[in-house]
Write a protein that binds this ligand. Structure first.
Ligand code: CA
Length: 230
C-alpha cells in the first residue's frame, strides 16, 4: 500500500553513515518517509522511482559534487533541494553559484532546525521549467536563476528579499498574509518583532519600485498583508 502512504518522501543523499542513520530515525519520527542514497549514482536511480517531495543533498559526495547534481535535478524536475555542507565557507560558494537550491544547512545542524526548514520549503509553491519567469512591467523575476532585472539592469537582492519576492510572485494579484510570510521565510518561528518583515518589504520597494512611497507593484493591504500587482 505504498501509494496510500500520505507522508512526504525525502531523498537523503549523504555518504556519512552516521548522518544517514540519524536522519533516517529523526525524520521518520517527524513524519517523513525517508529514502537514503550514499552516492549520486544511487540518487539518480532513486529520484524518478521514489518521486520525493524534497531532496537533502550533501555537497561532497564520493562520486561527484552535490552542486552539479543539484543543477542536474533542476533540469528535469521541480523537486526542491536543501543543500547540506560541512563548512560555512562551502555555503558561500553554493550561494554564489545560484544553483537554485531552496535552502542550505551547515553541519553540524540540529534536527529541529533542519525539520523547520524542510517544512518551510515544502510550504512554498514550487517552480520549474515553464513557469520560472514573472514579468511585471519592466521588472523580470527569474525564480529558477534567482535573479531580478529592472529595465534590463540587474537588481541585487539579499536571499531573504528574493525569497519574499518569490512568495509574492507565486500569488500574483492575491493577498499574502503576514502569517504566510513569517511561516514561509522565518520557518514560523515566533518573531517577537514582525517589523523585520516590514523592513524587508521596504527594502524590496526601494529596489523595485520607481516611486517607493507610492508603490505600483508591491502593495500593502492594511492589517492583512501584501499583494504583488502585475
Ligand atoms: Ca560528504
Amino acid at each position: 500500500m505504498i501509494d496510500a502512504d500520505p507522508r512526504p518522501v525525502v531523498l537523503v543523499v549523504e555518504d556519512e553513515v552516521g548522518y544517514q542513520e540519524a536522519l533516517h530515525v529523526g525524520l521518520t519520527v517527524e513524519g517523513f518517509a525517508v529514502v537514503g542514497a550514499e552516492t549520486i549514482g544511487a540518487a539518480r536511480e532513486l529520484l524518478p522511482r521514489t518521486r520525493p517531495s524534497l531532496v537533502l543533498l550533501d555537497v561532497m559526495l564520493p562520486d561527484g559534487s552535490g552542486i552539479d547534481y543539484c543543477r542536474e535535478i533542476h533540469e528535469t524536475t521541480r523537486t526542491p533541494v536543501i543543500m547540506v555542507s560541512a563548512r560555512s565557507s562551502e555555503v558561500d560558494v553554493v550561494l554564489g553559484l545560484e544553483i537554485g537550491a531552496a535552502d542550505y544547512v551547515t553541519k553540524p545542524y540540529r534536527l529541529r532546525e533542519l525539520v523547520a526548514r524542510m517544512r518551510a520549503v515544502l510550504r512554498r509553491p514550487q517552480v520549474g521549467p515553464g513557469d520560472e519567469r514573472v514579468v511585471l512591467g519592466d521588472l523580470v523575476i527569474d525564480l529558477v536563476r534567482r535573479t531580478v532585472t529592472r529595465g534590463g539592469v540587474p537588481v541585487e537582492l539579499s536571499r531573504k528579499e528574493f525569497d519574499l519576492l518569490a512568495l509574492f510572485s507565486s500569488h500574483l494579484g492575491q493577498v499574502v498574509t503576514r502569517e504566510q510570510c513569517l511561516d514561509a521565510l522565518w520557518w514560523g518561528l515566533d518573531l517577537a518583532d514582525s517589523r523585520t518583515l516590514d523592513t524587508h518589504v521596504k527594502r524590496l520597494r526601494a529596489k523595485l519600485e520607481v516611486d517607493p512611497p507610492r508603490p505600483r507593484h508591491l502593495i500593502t493591504v492594511r492589517g492583512v498583508g501584501f499583494r504583488l500587482d502585475p
